[in-house]
Write a protein that binds this ligand. Structure first.
Ligand SMILES: C[S@@+](CC[C@H](N)C(=O)[O-])C[C@H]1O[C@@H](n2cnc3c(N)ncnc32)[C@H](O)[C@@H]1O
Length: 491
């Protein structure tokens, strides 16, 4: 995740009591000499005031406090990049932001390098110091310097601060969205196509033939189909993939049709496009390299990013939703069923305990929690299986594959072929079973006197055993290591 952007946020709370501006900073963020000198001067001033019956030095005390406030404000406003050693960890900032957003007294706040500026309106009850202490004590670690600096504000000043934060927040959001979309338009899309030649040759493309590539991705397979003179309908649920494929395959003009959607709806998607039957269907299941390599997409435990994992960024549930909201036993079932994770129960228990303290919002947080429960053994990171499981659950990958296997065949013309590339045993098992059901002329059961005709029999197996990448392909692209290609042909 990029930690370059300060988090700036305005809440909708209303002014309704004494108002304050509070500055908090991370322990160690303010130069210790400055903090010590300030405390010493303040101590001396207070002692002098006590000796003089608390008279005379109020102006100097106020000036001293405002000096420190300025120092802290400069620190808080400084960009994160310029002070790498004092960088406020994004996860910690998010945890504080969550607590501030949940506090009805908070008018608005800004989190930045090593600190926080918070505007409050207290409706009674708790005092400022107690409130700050509660926010900070709720955190997993006592990271904030307490007591923070507190300045009393008039309601007008508090309202003005809230309006300014609101405007700043809106401007930052608009800038970030513009930057993101500019980056997405131009970002290179590096995905090395797996079993490219094998899959396309078995689909027998030729001029005039029509194919559906149900997992368009960067368009590597589609490109070969188009080069053979065929037309392609390319489906992908990821807008970044559709954009990349559109750029790469632009030279093929009207022979390429890009369709936004999930291949679980393949029949409806093709019907809507006016396509009734095709000569071949290809699915190269799973995620693309750009999805896993981009920290912002939240698929990788190797890079810190938001805990997302949605192939379709508009989908409702992200990995953070599952991790923070599912009951413990459902979470454990996901880790067990989709990740074959033996420690699923212990991991789910640890996750539920951690999220009770503060929500788990980043891949780094989750990977660290998993590593606490499962010390690293061997080459694989202990989070590998859990991240795979969550990804499969977030995108309902097995449900979508089942729907594709059920509806794909009906799209094929007689003699049309379906080629599916999978990357883990759960997917391959589903494809193998579905293809067996469709290609077995008869079925037999121990209780039957003789085999009976199979009502689902509709195709023949083209690959008796799955095709796997050659040693040369594996040497060039280790990510292809678990790929398996299975192909059938409709009668
Ligand atoms: C392995 S990549 C395909 C790469 C492509 N064959 C190439 O050579 O560039 C898989 C792609 O399928 C997409 N995808 C996965 N599941 C999908 C689904 N259920 N519906 C639509 N797209 C899906 C992903 O977003 C990703 O872009």
């Amino acid at each position: 995740m990029s930690a370059e952007l300060p988090i700036c946020c305005a809440t909708g709370a209303a002014v309704g009591g004494p108002c304050y501006r509070v500055l908090l900073w991370e322990q160690g963020a303010l130069p210790p000499e400055a903090w010590a000198a300030w405390q010493q001067q303040r101590g001396e001033l207070l002692a002098a005031m006590r000796d003089a019956g608390i008279r005379g030095a109020r102006g100097r005390l106020a000036a001293l406090e405002s000096e420190l406030r300025e120092l802290a404000a400069r620190l808080i406003a400084s960009p994160l990049t310029t002070q790498p050693c004092r960088r406020l960890s994004y996860a910690r900032a998010e945890a504080l932001a969550q607590r501030l957003s949940d506090s009805p007294e908070v008018l608005g706040y800004r989190l930045s390098a090593g600190g926080a500026e918070i505007f409050l309106s207290l409706g009674g009850g708790e005092g400022v110091a107690a409130l700050c202490e509660r926010w900070c004590a709720d955190g997993a670690e006592p990271a904030w310097q307490l007591p923070g600096l507190v300045e009393s504000l008039s309601p007008q000043a508090a309202l003005a601060a809230q309006a300014a934060l609101s405007a700043e927040s809106a401007r930052k959001r608009a800038e970030a969205a513009a930057e993101q979309s500019a980056a997405a338009q131009t970002a290179p899309f590096h995905h090395v196509t797996v079993l490219r030649r094998e899959a396309v040759e078995l689909l027998q493309p030729a001029e005039g033939k029509v194919f559906v590539d149900a997992t368009l991705g960067g368009g590597g397979h589609s490109e070969l189909l188009l080069q053979a003179g065929a037309s392609v309908w390319g489906i992908d649920q990821d807008p970044a993939a559709r954009r990349a494929a559109a750029r790469r395959l632009a030279p093929y003009g009207e022979r390429l049709h890009i369709v936004a959607g999930n291949f679980r709806d393949i029949a409806a998607l093709m019907r809507a496009e006016g396509v009734e039957r095709v000569d071949g269907l290809l699915a190269d299941i799973g995620i693309s390299s750009p999805q896993v390599d981009c920290a912002e997409r939240g698929f990788s435990f190797l890079q810190d990013g938001p805990l997302d994992m949605r192939m379709n960024p508009a989908a409702e549930r992200s990995a953070a939703t599952l991790v923070n909201e599912l009951p413990e036993d459902e979470l454990a079932d996901i880790l067990w069923q989709y990740g074959e994770e033996k420690a699923s129960r212990a991991l789910a228990r640890r996750i539920v305990a951690a999220r009770a303290q503060s929500p788990i919002t980043t891949t780094g947080q989750l990977a660290a929690l998993i590593a606490e429960v499962l010390p690293r053994k061997g080459r694989n990171h202990p989070a590998t299986r859990s991240f795979q499981a969550l990804r499969i659950a977030v995108n309902d990958e097995l449900g979508a594959l089942d729907a594709l296997l059920r509806d794909g065949l009906s799209l094929l013309k007689s003699g049309g072929r379906m080629a599916i590339i999978t990357f883990h045993s759960l997917e391959d098992r589903a494809v193998k079973r579905a293809f067996e059901r469709l290609t077995r002329p008869e079925i037999d059961r121990p209780e039957w006197p003789a085999p009976r005709p199979n009502p689902e029999y509709a195709a023949r197996l083209i690959t008796r055993k799955p095709l796997t990448p050659t040693a040369d392909e594996l040497a060039a692209n280790p990510r292809a290591r678990s790929a398996k290609l299975r192909v059938i042909e409709k009668h």
